[in-house]
Design a protein around this ligand. Structure first.
Ligand SMILES: Nc1nc2c(c(=O)[nH]1)N[C@H]1C(S)=C(S)[C@@H](COP(=O)(O)OP(=O)(O)OC[C@H]3O[C@@H](n4cnc5c(=O)[nH]c(N)nc54)[C@H](O)[C@@H]3O)O[C@H]1N2
Ligand SMILES: Nc1nc2c(c(=O)[nH]1)N[C@H]1C(S)=C(S)[C@@H](COP(=O)(O)OP(=O)(O)OC[C@H]3O[C@@H](n4cnc5c(=O)[nH]c(N)nc54)[C@H](O)[C@@H]3O)O[C@H]1N2
Ligand SMILES: [Mo]
Length: 710
């Protein structure tokens, strides 16, 4: 390979590329990246054949299920699954075969509050509106730093350029963040907020809109307006100002500006989601968008129309169909909070987790009370990881199955085309041959056969055939499916020789909104057609989609879901809650980092230390901590020591540490990362501190004490 650069003719990116994308070559060449299955023995780690690895898994996992039932196997799925056709399609195949209630993922350390508010308001947890920043006149952005992250739950190349364009066309970008992030520094206005109080700030904006009669007349497809209005009215700007540290006048002005703008949109991300009232914030964001008339219109919050289609299930959305065994926390979107994993592993009794399967996840780096989870994983009877590396988490596995690197597999973004700021489709073939020998979807099919009691000899292809024909049968059976009533055999013939993710993808694209519907729409989309368009296919800007896209049983938007309103008294109680003089810890991201797993790429981690504790000079003076000196940070769960970096960019009383570091645990095989380990900020996050509605972890606004170390 020569080098990796952007594709100027790409219909979406026009050549924009992230610095991490251009280092995929180094990832490809990284000698630490796993290339063969690994088995842990008393004499250390040994390379194994795939047959040896699956035989061992069969011998160890099947008896655990026989003896203790499926719930004895827990599954954690990490963030990279979302970017991987194999993970997104075949984790489901594996989970359906296993049928465990102990399903966990990175969603409950990230966006679960948004899924919940969307599920309750729009009827489906994946109907998440995105901010139409390319056409808006006014963006109010909370707890997001797209200059570093390039945006999240709102996919577009070059977020910074798109934000600049808002200002260039005379619009405003208002950023709410306790830290002057790069995004805040480049905004029209930066509001410094006390961490964890965004729900109060947002409620006060909504209250102002109602109180000052600034709400737009709603379309015919909203219900609950009066109840939502009555619920927010107590949260006046004057009442929340002291707690949020944002003046009442400013809150009122922002509300008026949102109402007066030609188009406006409120958008919130990690800083509004990974906090105790994350679901309330997520709901309030969409409520304000609706109250100002900006839901589902250009320049407001809109729904993408992905080429692969959307699930249509007008059954409404329920949570709590089962609960976690130890703490009794409800399932949301089929998952339990990652925060309960450790206790489910270590608490004896019926239903205890005895084995874990981790797919593309590093929960020891990414989820609360990292040390406790690290310890718990060490107590399992058996663990399997599918990963690129032996890292903080996979070092606990008995078998590590290597995943293909990103350049060795085909790519289509099934998840992010549903959250895209433009409707596009783009498919890329694998660039290099698969060097590990198995595709990740084949691995998941083999694991499915093992947990279904069929043994380790079953062919992945047979599992794939079964999974696909079952899925197709459901589609032709489903009255809401665009291919309802069609002959499954005929469709199978039309799809032809494709197998694995490509077969699913072809079906989804052809049955999707731009699809050929298997001969019904001439010139409609097929995977074959997409393959002949190497720069992708553009289906244009987002279009209004309501009420048709809604999945609520009523067919209209519920502005005031009772489940959410029920948490408002808890929010109200925080207004006058005493603060105990602690500091509040928040996180941050950096352009050259990607959660925990790109720190073994030298070009990305070289240079100055980025895992520093940001602290305001006034606080540092009080604590007698100098710039560059070590500081100890302690929370309810643990303590860490990090180098202090004094900066006026952080709010007084707040400290910031990035997550995804701490690569110095014994037994890892990540030589570059371990040489510059940093510290694991999740040693400080508390597994008992959750958003009560979604079960999402509190990873921001963690109460800590800070002192000079050594
Ligand atoms: N304190 C704090 N904690 C946080 C956050 C925060 O802001 N603050 N952010 C949270 C967020 S938003 C997220 S999404 C989570 C992420 O949490 P996780 O998903 O658990 O963690 P990652 O660091 O993304 O780890 C991904 C793992 O997958 C492996 N991997 C990469 N690509 C592939 C692949 O294609 N196949 C397979 N099988 N493996 C692969 C990597 O080697 C790595 O081990 O962290 C959360 N944790
Ligand atoms: N370079 C890079 N890009 C990434 C990732 C990465 O690790 N590195 N991770 C990817 C993933 S998995 C995700 S989910 C996205 C996340 O994308 P973003 O949400 O844009 O991510 P962050 O950079 O963590 O921005 C969170 C901001 O919230 C602020 N904040 C903290 N607490 C509060 C609070 O209580 N209120 C408010 N208003 N703000 C607060 C922080 O100071 C920070 O600036 O990024 C994705 N992109
Ligand atoms: Mo994330």
């Amino acid at each position: 390979m020569q080098r990796i650069r952007g594709d100027r003719e790409d219909v979406f990116s026009h050549g924009f590329i992230c610095p991490k994308g251009s280092t995929l070559k180094q990832l490809e060449a990284d000698p630490d990246r796993l290339r063969a299955p690994q088995i842990r023995t008393d004499d250390g780690w040994l390379d194994a054949t795939w047959d040896e690895a699956f035989t061992l898994i069969g011998e160890r996992l099947a008896p655990i299920i026989d003896e203790h039932g499926s719930n004895a196997v827990g599954v954690y799925m990490g963030n990279p699954n979302i970017h991987n056709l194999s993970g997104i399609l075949y984790n489901q195949v594996f989970l359906r075969a296993l049928r465990t209630k102990n399903i966990f993922s990175a969603s409950t350390v990230d966006q679960m509050p948004k899924h919940l508010s969307s599920g309750l308001m729009f009827g489906h947890p994946d109907l998440i509106p995105v901010p139409d920043i390319d056409r808006t006149d006014y963006l109010l952005m909370l707890g997001a730093d797209p200059y570093e992250s390039n945006g999240s739950l709102a996919t577009a190349p070059d977020w910074p350029g798109r934000l600049e364009a808002i200002k260039e066309r005379g619009g405003r970008v208002v950023v709410v963040d306790p830290r002057r992030s790069k995004t805040a520094a480049n905004a029209t206005e930066h509001l410094v907020i006390r961490p964890g109080t965004d729900a109060l700030f947002l409620a006060a904006i909504a209250a102002t809109l109602v109180e000052e009669n600034l709400t737009a007349p709603g379309p015919g497809f909203y219900e609950g307006f009066d109840r939502a209005a009555a619920a927010v009215v107590p949260f006046t700007p004057e009442r929340v100002a002291a707690t949020t540290r944002i003046d009442a006048d400013i809150i009122r002005r922002i509300a008026r500006e949102l109402a007066a703008a030609g188009s406006a949109v409120v958008y919130g991300r990690v800083g509004t989601s990974t906090v105790r009232h994350g679901t309330l914030s997520s709901w309030l964001i969409d409520l304000i968008n609706a109250l100002t008339g900006n839901l589902d219109r250009p320049g407001g919050a809109m729904f993408s129309e992905p080429a692969s289609g959307r699930p249509r299930k007008p059954r409404g959305f329920q949570t709590g169909r089962w609960s976690s065994r130890v703490r009794g926390l409800p399932e949301v979107r089929g998952e339990l909070p990652a925060s309960v994993m450790a206790e489910e592993i270590t608490t004896p009794g019926e239903g205890q987790i005895k084995a874990m399967v981790v797919v593309a996840g590093n929960p020891v780096a990414s989820t609360p009370n990292a040390d406790r989870l690290d310890d718990a994983l060490g107590q399992l009877d058996f663990m399997v990881s599918i990963d690129l590396y032996r890292n903080e988490t996979s070092r606990h596995a008995h078998v590590i199955l290597p995943a293909t690197s990103p350049l060795q597999r085909t790519h289509y973004d099934l998840a992010f085309t549903g959250l895209s700021l433009r409707n596009v489709a783009n498919y890329s073939p694998a660039i290099f041959p698969n060097e590990v020998g198995m595709e990740e979807w084949e691995i998941l099919c083999k694991l499915a056969a093992i947990v279904a009691g069929q043994g380790s000899d079953v062919d992945a292809a047979a599992v794939d055939d079964f999974a696909f024909t079952t899925y197709l049968a459901h589609m032709v059976d489903d009255k809401l499916s665009p291919i309802h009533g069609r002959d499954a055999g005929e469709i199978l013939t039309m799809i032809g020789d494709r197998r694995g993710p490509e077969r699913f993808l072809d079906l989804m694209l052809r049955a999707g909104p731009y699809g050929d519907r298997f001969g019904e729409v001439s010139d409609g989309l097929t995977l074959a057609k997409l393959e002949t368009a190497p720069h992708g296919i553009d289906f244009g800007p987002l279009q209004p989609r309501l009420p048709e896209a809604l999945c609520t049983p009523t067919g209209i938007v519920d502005l005031a879901p009772q489940q959410i309103l029920d948490d408002l008294p808890n929010l109200e109680a925080t207004i006058d809650a005493k603060t105990d003089g602690n500091y509040l810890l928040v996180g941050r991201r950096h352009l050259r980092s990607n959660n925990s797993w790109m720190h073994n790429i030298d070009v990305l981690v070289k240079g100055r230390d980025r895992c520093t504790l940001l602290i305001h000079p006034d606080d540092a003076a009080n604590l007698e901590i100098d710039n560059g000196q070590l500081a100890e940070v302690a929370s309810a769960t643990g303590k860490i020591v990090a180098t202090a970096e004094l900066t006026e960019d952080i709010m007084v009383g707040v400290v910031s540490l990035p997550h995804g570091w701490g690569h110095d645990r014994e037994g890892m095989a990540t030589s570059v990362a371990t040489a510059r380990p940093g510290v694991n900020s999740n040693i400080l996050s508390d597994e008992n501190d959750l958003d009560p509605l979604s079960g999402n972890a509190t990873l921001n606004a963690i109460p800590v004490t800070v002192s000079a170390a050594g």
